[in-house]
Design a protein around this ligand. Sequence first.
Ligand code: CO
Length: 134
Amino acid sequence: MIGRLNHVAIAVPDLEAATALYRDTLGARVSQPVAQAAHGVTVVFVELPNTKIELLHPLGETSPIAAFLAKNPSGGIHHVCYEVDDIYAARDRLKAEGARVLGDGEPKIGAHDKPVLFLHPKDFCGTLVELEQR
Ligand code: CO
């Protein structure tokens, strides 16, 4: 069911320092910071030949990654995102298998303007999983 790894998201306490690390130390192509107010994050996209890394930094008071950074002050992997061909079919199959879909179970428009869902980390090896419509 799942297809390509679309991205790995890493929460970072210092977005400028993390961007410099990926650009200068690791030699990757990085974007300008993109504020995504609807998602409570500022994102820097790191383009790799086969996937992307997204550096996430909290934006606003109610950012969903603020608590994560409070628990992981030096940052850490926040979620992985897999592509699916049909997000509704994927959701229905996962629910039938007993997996928990976060929120109200309806896909939301994600960071790339495509429908996404998040799956409960306790059901997926301790990892928050995002599914994105291909
Ligand atoms: Co994501």
